[in-house]
Ligand binder design. Structure first.
Ligand code: NAD
Length: 274
């Protein structure tokens, strides 16, 4: 069972559900990613900052899956912002992954105080023009950062990968993305598995559907049209998180979930990080 795909603003198709590998140690990444590929995931989200591109690349190679069936995302780390550093960082990521192109390359954080992201974006445009990234995008960009990028470039990011879960529904960014033609990709989609999956509202909806809390939250993301990249190192949960394409939430479920949005951020504030 392979997840359905969405079409990005340059025509590239991206699976709507993928697998994230933040905090997976490099020496475990090969086996964890292999489990995900066996379960049917075809999209893998890594980053140079995660220090597991090599293990991820080993799993991709060992899977025997044709390259064109895989969708590989990696990200430019904060120390590598700027035109020349970005080009060099991209070469290093490709070498670690053992690939000759990625499907999606993202600027990991805007680092607005450093103010290098417009220059970095020119390097990503060059990488895309050379066919070494099929799509380019950003991560953790706030509305002001997206507008600033648009002033200096005609290339609209294909994706903005942002923290998004029922307690941080990101209404403003999602409507701006819709206006600009940017796909919304949700990171920490399960709220990092902490309190969110024990929330009585979510547990109650899960009981009504005879599904798990994680499956209800993933279904909510799919309903909103988000690309979603849950992470787990537990084989049964890896399989559970992709088994979400055979049920629908009701309007009443969706209203209960909408009421959970209280702006809780689990990760850093993109306006101040870096
Ligand atoms: P997540 O919301 O996917 O939660 C993962 C955690 O939830 C797991 O470690 C586990 O403890 C728990 N969990 C997973 N499946 C479960 C299940 N079925 N039942 C019960 N508990 C379950 O959190 P995440 O890893 O922070 O985010 C997912 C991915 O997003 C990352 O791996 C990474 O690829 C990406 N990400 C990107 C950024 C960014 O700045 N761009 C930041 C954080 C994460």
């Amino acid at each position: 069972k392979i997840p359905p795909a969405i079409t990005l603003n340059n025509g590239v198709r991206m699976p709507q559900l993928g697998f994230g590998v933040w905090q997976v140690p490099d020496d475990e990444a090969a086996s964890v990613v292999a489990t995900a590929l066996e379960a049917g995931y075809r999209s893998i989200d890594t980053a140079s900052l995660y220090a597991n591109e090599e293990g991820t690349g080993r799993a991709l190679a060992a899977s025997g899956l044709p390259r064109e069936e895989l969708f590989v995302t990696t990200k430019l780390g904060n120390p590598d912002q700027g035109y020349d550093p970005a080009l060099r960082a991209f070469d290093r990521s490709l070498a670690k992954l053992g690939l000759d192109y990625v499907d999606l390359y993202l600027i990991h954080w805007p680092q607005p105080r450093r103010d290098a992201y417009t220059e970095t974006w020119r390097a990503l445009e060059r990488i895309a023009a050379d066919g070494r990234a099929r799509a380019i995008g950003v991560s953790n960009f706030q509305p002001a950062h997206l507008r600033r990028l648009a002033e200096g470039s005609d290339v609209v990011p294909a994706v903005n990968q942002i923290e998004l879960h029922p307690q941080l529904a990101q209404q403003e960014l999602r409507s701006l993305h819709a206006q600009l033609g940017i796909a919304t990709e949700a990171w920490s989609p399960l709220g990092q598995g902490k309190g969110l999956l024990d929330n009585p509202v979510i547990v109650g909806i899960a009981a009504r559907h005879e599904r798990t809390a994680a499956q209800v939250v993933l279904r909510w993301h799919l309903h909103l049209g988000n690309v979603v990249i849950p992470k787990s190192v537990t084989p049964s949960r890896i399989r559970e998180n992709i088994d979400v394409f055979d049920f629908e939430l009701s309007p009443a479920d969706l209203a209960e979930l909408a009421a959970l949005d209280d702006g809780t951020r689990l990760g850093p504030d993109p306006d101040t990080l870096g």
